[in-house]
Structures are given as C-alpha cells and as structure tokens.
Design a protein around this ligand. Structure first.
Ligand code: 2M8
Length: 428
C-alpha cells in the first residue's frame, strides 16, 4: 500500500481522496517505513520539510504537482503567496498539524543498525523539526505557559470532533460573503454520511478566508480568530516529541536547554490547565471563552503518551477507557478505541472523527498505555487494531461497534498510515 501511494517524491495518505502530502500522515508513514525502508522515510520527510515556512511552521499540506489531483482546498484557495514567510515552491496550506516528526526521528534512530548510522540519517532533519517546535512555542503560546493553541479544526487532525462544535458555533456564516467553493471529497455515495457536513465545511472555509485576509500573519489572526483551542492531543504529541528531540539532541551534542524548559512547562500546564478534576480526565481549553470545553474525545486520554499524568490520574483515565464510553457494553461491545464517548448523544459510529476507530490514535494510545506499564490494555488495543485491519481492510476509519452490520471499513481504502502503523505494531 505504501508503494502504491508513493508518487516518486512523497507518499500520499491515500490514492485519490488525499492526493498531496500531509503533515502528520508523513510522520506516521515514516514510522512504518522505518521498519523496512528507512531511506524512503527520510526522503518522504525531506520532501515534507521543503514546505516549511521561514519562521518554522510546518504546513498541514505540501502540495504535489499532479495536474489530475482533485482536492479542496488546493493552493489557489489557500493563496499562501500572500505571506512573505511561505515558500514559493512547493506550495502549501497555511496552517499546521500535530508535531509527530520528532517521534518519527526517534523511531528511525531505533531502527538503524547502529547509533552512529541512525544519527547520520536524521541529522539533516533534526534542526528543522526543532524549528517547527520553536515556531509553536513562539507563535502559538501567547501566555507563555507551554501550551500551544490550534486555530483551525484541521490543525487538530481530528477535524470534526464533537469537541470543536462549541467553539465553531461562535462563527456566524453568512453564505453570501463566504468565498465560493466546491467540495471534492463527496465522490462516493457513502461520503456524505461519513465525512464532515457542509455546515462544518462552511466554517472551515470561513476560517481559511480569515487567515488569508490577514496574509497569514500569526499575531493578526490571533487577535481576531474565534477558534483558538489548546488541545490535549496536540500538546501531548508536542511533549512526547520534545522528549524525543531532547534525547536525540543529547546524542548529537546539541544544546537542548530551550526544549527542556519548554517541555517542563508543557507537562506542568497540561496538568494545571487541561486536567478536569470534576471528570477525572483531560479536556481542551477554549482560549477565547477561557474555559475547559465540556465534551471530551479520546484525545483526553493522550497525555499518557507524554508521561504527564501521575499514577492517580492515570488510574482515572484507565477507568474511563474501561467504561462503556470506550469499551462498550455486553450488548454493544466495542473495538478499542472509539474516538468519541459511545454513550454521549454526539457519538456517531460512522462519521469520521465523531466516533470511529482510527489506527493512528490506537498506535498513540498503545504507547501511552505501555509507558504506564498497562501491558494488558496495550495488548488489547494492539490486537483489536490488527483484527480490524484484517477483517475490514486497510481503510481510513472503522465502525467501533463489534455488532455493526458492516463488511468494510469507512472512508478511503489503501490508507497509508493504517498500513504503516500496522507494520510497526506487527514488528513490535
Ligand atoms: C483528514 O483531514 C483532511 C484535512 O486536513 C481532510 O479531511 O481533507 C484528517 O483525517 C487528517 O487527520 C488527515 O491528516 C488527513 C489526511 O489523511 O485527512
């Protein structure tokens, strides 16, 4: 599948639905390649970082040049040439994504025949990944508390999660003033049931329009953007990646004091700011309303990957994972791990990030559980993931209900990170 999606210069997330290169997809894909084709991983990541902006932002999409590629929004819609910081070539989108690349470098290093070789492989990428973290701390952490915000649901990677509904509702869309656009993602008959709704897309487009009107100036956007959220998933990935970079930097003899300080603050603030003691889990913090968002997705478990929770917090997270929210009931058993609370009225087992199981989230949670010595849970997560792929194909996402009358996974098939992370899980 990865061969199939390799274009000659980068790996697409999927054959036609996602015809360009995506930021966190490339990180997960590199983790799979690391197991059998590390040079391919390095080439893929090198291509991604060609799209890095002058101030360090690593864009969500690096566009390829296939004239047949159909994707909205493409480069003409993003118009990133309005910013002096954006590369002229390759063209990119104007937002970022969860920074998994430090973690990918760590996995590449682990897969090398020896430490020296591994360090030589990743050396050319190291400073670029650090620069992407520096961008996040300098431009996305206005209160200098070690927590970075996202300014678009696409930056979360969990695009239409019910958690974003509340801050998105703040956006009043006037269709007459919205730039005209045509979705390209509804080409198969099931897509309208599985993908985000048109109302979601109107808000996604509204936000892009705001960004481009401000020529992608971070400060100007921050002053006006109604969607500024500190996501536990994004910040937990940042913290795990910081940790990986600090370890690699130590081996390379680099001065890692900045990253160490930032990371200490990030872990501290994940617990101080994002822990919801009334629920016993992490939550996203809405910077505009200055409050914790009341709905919680499986992202609320993810600070486990960064070692942020203490043992008592970890126990509360585990209880939640074991509850009907994620593990289902005797009548309605679940594959681990639904991305949203199955008992919540907003849960939708078929719609994208509102409930289905995603392989990248399972892979992350697997590592979080291992980190806390929760081997039995980690194994269940691993074998559920492999069984889903075996039964339903290398799809993009899966119905979490074991009793669901389905023969196949949802979304596109030949999905790169489902294949890549399966390789890694099997090799582990
Ligand atoms: C999905 O997001 C893109 C926009 O970035 C889309 O829906 O068009 C998400 O699942 C995201 O996490 C993923 O990186 C991307 C490509 O696989 O697709």
């Amino acid at each position: 599948m990865l061969e199939h999606n390799w274009t000659g210069s980068f790996t697409k997330p999927a054959p036609s639905l996602y015809p360009h290169q995506w930021n966190w997809d490339a990180g997960f894909i590199a983790i799979g390649y690391a197991r059998y084709a590390p040079q391919r991983a390095l080439a893929d990541l090198a291509h991604l970082f060609r799209g890095q902006w002058a101030h360090g932002m690593l864009p969500q999409i690096v566009f390829g040049d296939d004239p047949e590629a159909r994707y909205f929004p493409g480069p003409d819609f993003w118009q990133t040439w309005r910013s002096p910081l954006a590369p002229r070539q390759p063209l990119t989108s104007g937002i970022t994504m969860p920074p998994v690349h430090g973690i990918a470098l760590w996995f590449l290093l682990q897969s090398a025949p020896d430490e020296q070789t591994g360090l030589e492989w990743i050396r050319p990428l190291f400073d670029k990944v650090v620069a992407a973290h520096r961008y996040l701390y300098q431009y996305r952490d206005p209160q200098e508390e070690g927590l970075v915000y996202i300014r678009h649901p696409w930056e979360s990677g969990t695009d239409n999660s019910p958690v974003w509904d509340e801050p998105l509702r703040r956006i009043e869309v006037d269709r007459d003033r919205l730039p005209p656009y045509a979705r390209q993602d509804l080409q198969n008959p099931e897509a309208a049931r599985h993908r985000p709704t048109d109302d979601d897309y109107d808000r996604y487009v509204w936000l892009v329009d705001l960004f481009r009107r401000h020529d992608y100036d971070d400060k100007a956007i921050e002053a006006e953007c109604p969607f500024l959220v500190q996501d536990p998933l994004f910040n937990a990935i940042l913290a795990w990646a910081n940790e990986c970079l600090v370890a690699i930097g130590g081996m390379l003899g680099e001065d890692m004091r900045d990253l160490l300080e930032w990371n200490e603050l990030t872990i501290f603030s994940i617990n101080r700011q994002l822990w919801d003691p009334t629920q016993g889990r992490y939550a996203a913090h809405d910077l505009v309303a200055d409050r914790l968002l009341p709905t919680h997705s499986s992202s609320a478990l993810m600070p486990l990957i960064a070692g942020a929770p203490d043992m008592d917090q970890a126990r509360q997270l585990l209880e939640w994972l074991d509850s009907a929210a994620f593990s289902g009931t005797p009548d309605e058993p679940a594959w681990l791990c639904p991305t949203f609370d199955m008992q919540h009225p907003d849960f939708d087992p078929e719609r994208y990030w509102r409930g289905p199981v995603w392989v990248n989230m399972n892979w992350l949670l697997y590592h979080g559980l291992q980190r806390y010595g929760l081997g039995r849970h980690a194994r269940r997560l691993k074998y559920d993931t492999i069984e889903l792929l075996e039964r339903f194909g290398f799809c993009e996402y899966f119905d979490p209900r074991k009793n669901a009358p389905v023969q196949k996974g949802y979304g596109t098939d030949h999905f790169s990170w489902s294949a890549a992370l399966c390789i890694d899980l099997l090799a582990m």
